[in-house]
Every structure is written in structure tokens, then in C-alpha cells.
Design a protein around this ligand. Structure first.
Ligand code: FPP
Length: 235
């Protein structure tokens, strides 16, 4: 969700106005994903690096998250959305932590869209915390370092129980991942949109979906897949 600051600057407004205007497309994308039967949506709302921004901007963004959770959780629950925050939760303001915990508990039993809000999240941080979890298991003898597999590692990441994303969308014109889901994006289709996040509309979202629909996904294999080996026909 990139481009809030530039959207505001182009209008002679403070950056906060851009972040505020960014809420409406968040609502739209959640609704579209819910209605289209998308299984999981992860929104990169605040990175580990974003803490280095001026404190007035950081506290403004934290207050936006607070207000949004307070205002929207009931509606999300009514739409059967399962909400979760992924990231370094202990770094968040205490009131936000409490609201997040309440929203997660309220919506945990829902069977609709799985919504992850990545807040105080970094792909590198996630990899490090996964390593710490596995190292702790090794320390207590529950795991042998030599037995660690990709599945163990994936299982220790924040999004352990969420399938790897099929499609990544970045607005704002930059062509980079910027420390988002580094492990999980290995075979994700990457889509970059030049528009700024507050202007992201249903039409833009549909353009991204149309791009995805044309991709031929091979996951390192050949396409079309080879015929079954002799003796396996029909299995
Ligand atoms: C990046 O644009 C945007 C952010 C760091 C904040 C994202 C927050 C929202 C979209 C508000 C609503 C979100 C939720 C989940 C309720 P930027 O500030 O880096 O823009 P720039 O590149 O133009 O400066």
C-alpha cells in the first residue's frame, strides 16, 4: 500500500491526510476479496523500518489503526472475516495490542476471508524469529538441527498456517519487495501498479487479477507437465 505520502503532497496536504485516505481502498480490497472467495489477504500496513519515520507520522498511523479496528471489527465479523495481526506485536502501543487481541478473539471462529494485517512486520525479522523458535526447540532436545526441513522453517514463520500468496500487488510505482514476506513470496506472481494507494480502485484491482489470470505458473517445473511415467498411467 505505497504512495500515501505522495498522494497527500500532490494536494498540499500533510502526510497523515494520505494515510487517512488510504483507509477507503483497504476497505474496498477486503470487501472484494471476501466477495470473490479469496482465501487469504495480507496487507503490509507498517514495516519494521517505518518506526524510523518522524514520531508525529508514526503516532498518527498507530491512531489510524486503533480507530479502524474500533470502527470496523464488528462489520468484519459480520462478514465472517478472520482478522489477525502479524509482526512484532510487543512493539505496538499497549492499547493497540489490547484491541488487536480482542479483534482476533472475536473473529477467530469465522470461516470467511483470512485477513492478516502486517504491522511492525519485516520479512527479515520474520526469518530471524523463526530461527529463534527452531533454535529453542533444538536447545530443549525436541528437534535435531540436522533434521530441520523447509516445512519446519515454514511452520515457524508468522504466516505458518496461511498458504503462500499467489499474487503480490504493490502500488506507488516502485518495483521492489521492501522486506515484505521474503520466504513466502518465492513463487508469487508480482504485480506493480503505478497509481498511488489512496487512488486504488476496483478497476485497478481487477487489472491486477487479469494480469494474474494470464500467468503460466510452473513452480520450477516444465509446462505442460510431463506424461505420467510408465506403469503409472491412470493413477
Ligand atoms: C506507505 O505509503 C503507507 C504506509 C506506511 C501506511 C499504510 C497505512 C494505511 C494504508 C492506512 C490504513 C491501513 C489500515 C490497515 C487500516 P508511504 O507513506 O510510504 O507513501 P510515499 O511513498 O508516497 O511517501
Amino acid at each position: 500500500m505505497d504512495g500515501n505520502g505522495r498522494w497527500a503532497a500532490a494536494r498540499g496536504l500533510p502526510r497523515h491526510a494520505g494515510h487517512k485516505a488510504g483507509i477507503s481502498p483497504v476497505r474496498m480490497v477486503i470487501q472484494e476479496c471476501s466477495q470473490r472467495g479469496v482465501e487469504a489477504l495480507t496487507l503490509f500496513a507498517f514495516s519494521s523500518e517505518n518506526w524510523g519515520r518522524p514520531s508525529i507520522e508514526v503516532s498518527g498511523i498507530m491512531n489510524l489503526f486503533l480507530d479502524a479496528l474500533e470502527r470496523e471489527t464488528a462489520q468484519l465479523h459480520a462478514n465472517r472475516v478472520r482478522v489477525r495481526i502479524v509482526g512484532e506485536r510487543r512493539t505496538l502501543p499497549v492499547r493497540l495490542q489490547a484491541l488487536v487481541a480482542a479483534a482476533q478473539a472475536q473473529t477467530a471462529g469465522n470461516d470467511g476471508l483470512r485477513l492478516q494485517l502486517a504491522v511492525s512486520y519485516g520479512g527479515r525479522w520474520d526469518i530471524v524469529q523463526a530461527n529463534q523458535r527452531l533454535a529453542e526447540q533444538c536447545l530443549v532436545g525436541a528437534l535435531n538441527p540436522r533434521d530441520i526441513t523447509e516445512a519446519h522453517f515454514a511452520g515457524a514463520l508468522e504466516l505458518a498456517d496461511v498458504p503462500d500468496p499467489d499474487l503480490f500487488i504493490r502500488t506507488g510505482g516502485e518495483r521492489r519487495i521492501s522486506n515484505f514476506l521474503l520466504w513466502n513470496l518465492a513463487y508469487t506472481e508480482l504485480y506493480f501498479s503505478d497509481g498511488l494507494w489512496p487512488d486504488f480502485s476496483v478497476a485497478h484491482f481487477e487489472e491486477a487479477l487479469a494480469f494474474f489470470a494470464q500467468r503460466e505458473r510452473r513452480f520450477g517445473l516444465t509446462y505442460p507437465p510431463p506424461p505420467p511415467a510408465a506403469g503409472q498411467a491412470g493413477s
